[in-house]
Structures are given as C-alpha cells and as structure tokens.
Write a protein that binds this ligand. Sequence first.
Ligand code: AMP
Ligand code: GLY
Length: 427
Amino acid sequence: MNILVIGSGGREHALCWAISKSPLCDALYCAPGNGGIEEVATTADLSPLDFDGIVAFCRDKEIGFVVVGPEDPLVNGLVDRLETEGIKAFGPSAGAAQLEGSKGFTKDICAEFDIPTAAYGRFSQAEPAKAFVRERGAPIVVKADGLAAGKGVIIAETVDKAEAAIDDIMGGRFGIAGAEVVVEEFLTGEEASFFAICDGELALPLVAAQDHKRVFDNDEGPNTGGMGAYSPAPVMTGAMCERVMEEIVNPTLAAMRAKGFPFKGVLFAGLMITPEGPQLIEYNTRFGDPECQVLMMRLDSDLLSALLAAADGKLGGVALDWKNETALTVVMASKGYPGAYPKNTEIRGLDKASALEGVQIFHAGTTRDGDRLLATGGRVLNVTATGTTVAEAQARAYEAVRLIDWPEGFCRSDIGWRAIARETGSA
Ligand code: AMP
Ligand code: GLY
C-alpha cells in the first residue's frame, strides 16, 4: 500500500521512520516533509492546508492511506475531505477535532459527562470574563478558545494580569481563535501526556510521556512547543493509566459518539496528576511533538497496521508491544526560539552523532542544500536515545548533542531531570 504522511516536523519524521519499517508499506511519501524525512520517504512540496493538491497527489501516486500529523489540517477538515474522495485516512473529522480546536467545546463535554477537569467559565465578552476572574481570585488561567500554536494560555498570578490577558486575547492577538476565552481554576500537580489510538468506539492506550514546555533549564522562560520529552513517565503508574482510561478517555469517546462526532485518531490527553487524581488540562487530537518521537522509539509492533485498524473501526483485538526501556529526546532549536531566530544556518556532525548506540536523530526544521544540511525552523533536531534507565538515555542523547556542530543552535541541558531525581531517590 502507498502511504502519505502529512506534516514537516520531528513528529512526522518519527512517524515516517516507524511506518517505513512496516511490511504493509510499499511507497512512502511525506508532504511537505523536511531534510531528514527525505531519508525514509519521498517528500512532496505540498502545504498541509492545500486539500485540492493533496487529493490530486493521492490520485497520482495511488495513495491507499493518509496519516495526518498536525492539528491545523485536522481542525480544517482534511480527513472529512479525503473520506468524501474515497481516500482512507488516519485522524479525526473536523467535528471530532473540536476537542483540540475549541477549548470551550472540550470543557463543556467534560462538564456534561463528568470528566475531571479544572472548574471554568466560557466567555465571548470581556466584562463577564473579568467579573469571573475577580470572583475566583488568582492564580487563575486564561485561554484563547481556538488554536494559538501553544501560545494562547496565560497563567496569571494576579487578578490584574488575568484581566490584561483577557483584553489581550479578545483584542485580537490570536485573531478569531481569541473571539472566546476560557477562564479556569489553576491546578497544581505533575503534568503528563497520555495517548490513545481510537477507532470511534474503542480506545487503545499507548504509553505515557512527559515533556518540557519551558525554553530554559529548570523549567524557566517562555513556553514552547516542547524542548524535550521522555517515556515512560514515572508518575503514570499502571493504576494511574487505568484511572485515566476509565475516568477521562473512555467517557470522552462515549461523549463524542453521543454528540455525533465519533472520535477516530490519536487522542492526546494533557493531564495534571493531582493528589486527588488525574485532571484533564486539555486535549490534542494528534500525536504530541516531541512526545511522538519517544513513543516511536519504544514501539515494538507495527504502527501502520494499528493506524489502519483504527481508521477501519477495527481496533478490537489489536495489542501493541512496547520496549521495556526509556526513550528520551532533546530538542535542538535555533538560538532565539521561541522568538525570532536566524534561518539557513549550517549543521554538521550528524553522521557521527547518529552512529552512537541507541541514538536516532529526527529532524524537525531542516532542509538539504546539496551536501549541506540547513536549519530552517525554530525547533530543528530531536536528538533521541534509548537506555535501560532515564539517566542512561539522557547521557547518550547529550553525548550525541556534543558531536553536533551547530553554533547557532541550543538545547536545554536538563531534559528528564524530574524522572532522574526519582530514579536516584533525590525527588
Ligand atoms: P495547554 O495549551 O492548555 O496545554 O496549556 C499549556 C500549559 O499551561 C499546560 O501544559 C500547563 O503547564 C499550563 N496549564 C494549562 N491549564 C492549566 C491549569 N488549569 N492549571 C495549571 N496549569 C495549566
Ligand atoms: N508537546 C506538546 C504538544 O505536542 O502539543
């Protein structure tokens, strides 16, 4: 079967890497892809939002299955369009992707179906939102309702800052995504990312991961898309995973069926593990980036057949095996990220770094220019390694980082610190 993966990040490199190993995969394409994806797939210069172009490409290359990586095309209906055209795809419909596309939609589902989440209010006018903030007090969290590339969440330590955030969001900073705001209670605990592949009826849990959202060491500085991740997540014990399935994931699947939007694809629950149990912070309707990279390193089963089973509504009886080891990824980003950064700087030394035992380098924002590899994005490389402990995976990943010659790049030096503190008993 010919496969097309949509997207251009480290997540899509990891997906292509895993799919390329499947006995069911004949030709593998990725649109638009990047300089690393070219090693495992044929890239095609198509935007993920060019639905006509994607359909034409699928016809031309006789694509039997499309795997959609990022949220934008999902929320905008790519899977619906492909299905109308008779092309099988992995990912939710636009209706089901509202779980990521509208925070208010998700909060209302949680309220109606008793899914644990922070208490909230949903507002389309600034004044009532501010009144809610004054009534609840700080700290409090203000969120743009729609997609804001991870930047639409403000944790306000004071009532004044929360009111300013409401004005900022509703004043058009995120365009239409900020036409509504969700204001919610501030939760404390440890965060984890939990994933399940869903076929509309059933959810097959994957393994959990943790990422590091802040740009600098010690979890300081602004939020990013993620500066590193590891799996397993020690906080997600077997019992905790069962609770998440029972209290959060399965009720969500039932709710989405009841609403007429059966959920197919990856359900990614951003969780806060509180002393009282797991609380849903938000849903994403796709694999996490960079969490996907560590999941793919640990997967010991055929990814493609599981994704096909989900798309076909036949997940019953499907089981996935996972390697009993830790995978950890360090994101190398262009200096300046998540703000402005230079483009087209040259990266050297990847061959030596990827030759290390247990190391796999996924590309996020690179392009090839003849023999040269250039950085083109904010997040550029995901230096990923496995090990029997988090400390070993971390040591290997940073050994690889040291072999990479890229003066214009940087990374955090403490990815995995929380898990290592647990391992060494210093937590
Ligand atoms: P989100 O984009 O909704 O995942 O939010 C981004 C980050 O903001 C999360 O990963 C949390 O670190 C933080 N966050 C969001 N909502 C809350 C909340 N209600 N309480 C505490 N932290 C939150
Ligand atoms: N790493 C978090 C995300 O993919 O949204």
